[in-house]
Design a protein around this ligand. Structure first.
Ligand SMILES: Nc1ncnc2c1ncn2[C@@H]1O[C@H](COP(=O)(O)OP(=O)(O)O)[C@@H](O)[C@H]1O
Ligand SMILES: [Mg+2]
Length: 434
């Protein structure tokens, strides 16, 4: 490993953070701006210096949840050690989650913020650095405030200070805790705050395919591009969705074929509606809303029981199956729903897949991502009108916009919910990267 080879791996934008002597280094910015790559390389280089000097030195890496670590920060460190050509000098363990230098025992330790006691009463000694990766995903700054003092107490005697790295992509909402937190640190001399974007890639690592993808976002939804790739805090606006990004179709496009059909249900019994969307995924990766089932019990004296709703849904699915000649790929339902799924299973022997719900704002974001890529279409039919009307009306509640946890106005949002469930439940197949 020589200085020359490192220079070829690190974009000049990051020289400042690389060489700073400040104890707190905050890197924020857009997706793919090399934040994670650079921090991982820096941490590996620092740990290796301790190896060379035959000193003990350990690094702590923290993410919101232990289950996210293996595919993210752990792999990132692995990647950096590989790049530096030293991976075979390390043991890679998953339980406990550590990457250890074979000869010296110097290690990277990985923790989830979901286990605060492990952090607060952490026993790792000779700490040289701490990394909070994807810091915006933490619930609050508490994990930082509570654990950093522990790591500082356990600092290596060979460092002036433990260096704490924080990296994240800023959320859209200016009132999100992390956006307020970073603002509060702007004039703090102990903090280096650096903002980067993919445009800082002087060394040309970003592949043409990625650049093309980015150009797609930029052309379709400039604000979303500003947020995702420029890392700007663009705000939430009042409307949750930009209705211009829902593209109407008179008929199926000649140049595309439907490769898979998906269904998604949101249920209601007393007063709220039950709706099912039928979505097609095309050979070009576009999503088309083909048909919508919608039943509202409002104002009806005889409200349909689950047995009748199950029959309706079966009829709807059979109709679409015949029309498009495709069996359902996945049928998604609200995870809170039990009665209708049981009924459907009882009558037709098929279970619906219960969606693993996230915070509403995170499910909304996945839909916005699909829309921003210009990949969403709907057949402009009577049945699908309710879908468009509800999405047009879907708004943030003004009274909650200036908070860390904005809420939506909960009216007529049943198709909105089933659309979110569909996107969330099939995010991999839809090529939404998370
Ligand atoms: N030195 C490098 N050589 C080749 N590819 C790199 C190098 N550094 C980063 N990359 C690639 O650039 C992409 C984006 O970098 P990443 O650090 O994940 O960005 P961010 O954390 O800002 O979203 C990744 O796919 C990574 O593999
Ligand atoms: Mg990253």
């Amino acid at each position: 490993m020589t200085t020359i080879s490192l220079r070829q791996q690190i974009n000049p934008h990051f020289y400042k953070m690389w060489n700073t002597n400040k104890p707190y280094v905050v890197l924020n910015g857009g997706r793919g701006s090399f934040k994670s790559s650079v921090v991982s390389l820096k941490l590996c280089v620092e740990l290796l210096k301790f190896v060379e000097q035959r000193c003990k030195g350990n690094v702590i890496c923290i993410m919101d949840n232990i289950s996210h670590i293996k595919d993210a920060v752990y792999s990132q460190i692995q990647w950096a050690l590989d790049l530096l050509g030293v991976a075979d000098e390390f043991y890679f363990r998953v339980s406990p989650m550590t990457i250890m230098h074979r000869k010296t025992g110097n290690s990277f330790h990985f923790y989830g913020a979901d286990d605060p006691m492990k952090l607060k009463s952490n026993k790792v000694t000779d700490v040289i650095a701490v990394w909070f990766e994807e810091f915006a995903n933490m619930k609050s700054v508490d994990v930082f405030d509570q654990s950093v003092p522990t790591f500082i107490r356990n600092a290596s005697p060979h460092v002036d200070h433990v260096t704490v790295y924080v990296s994240y992509n800023p959320p859209k909402n200016p009132y999100d805790w992390i956006n307020e937190w970073v603002t509060s640190k702007e004039n703090d001399d102990d903090y280096l705050i650096d903002h980067s974007t993919y445009l800082d890639d002087e060394l040309g690592f970003t592949t043409p395919q990625t650049l093309k993808l980015i150009e797609g976002y930029k052309a379709n939804d400039y604000d979303y591009y500003r947020w995702l790739y420029l890392g700007e805090v663009v705000g939430l606006g009042t409307n949750v969705y930009n209705i211009e990004l829902f593209n109407p179709l008179d008929k199926l496009p000649d140049d595309q074929s439907i490769n898979a059909l998906f269904y998604s249900v949101d249920t209601g019994h007393e007063v709220s509606a039950t709706t099912c969307g039928c979505y097609g995924l095309t050979n070009l990766g576009n999503v088309i809303l083909l048909d919508t089932y919608y039943y509202s019990p409002q104002g009806k004296s005889h409200k349909k029981p689950p047995s009748e709703l199950a029959k309706d849904l079966k009829g709807f699915i059979d109709k679409c199956t015949n029309e498009y000649g495709l069996q359902p790929d996945r049928m998604t339902i609200d995870s809170a729903e039990g009665a209708l799924d049981n009924q459907f299973y009882n009558d037709y022997g098929v279970h619906w897949h219960k969606v693993n719900k996230l915070k509403n704002i995170d499910m909304v974001d996945r839909v916005q991502d699909l829309l921003a890529q210009g990949r969403f279409y709907y057949l402009d039919t009577d049945a699908n009108k309710v879908f468009i009307e509800e999405h047009k009306k879907y708004q943030w509640d003004e009274n909650t916009l200036q908070s860390d946890d904005p809420k939506v106005v909960k009216v007529d949002d049943h198709t909105v919910d089933q659309f979110k469930y569909f996107v969330r439940d099939n995010e991999r197949q839809l090529g939404l990267k998370w």
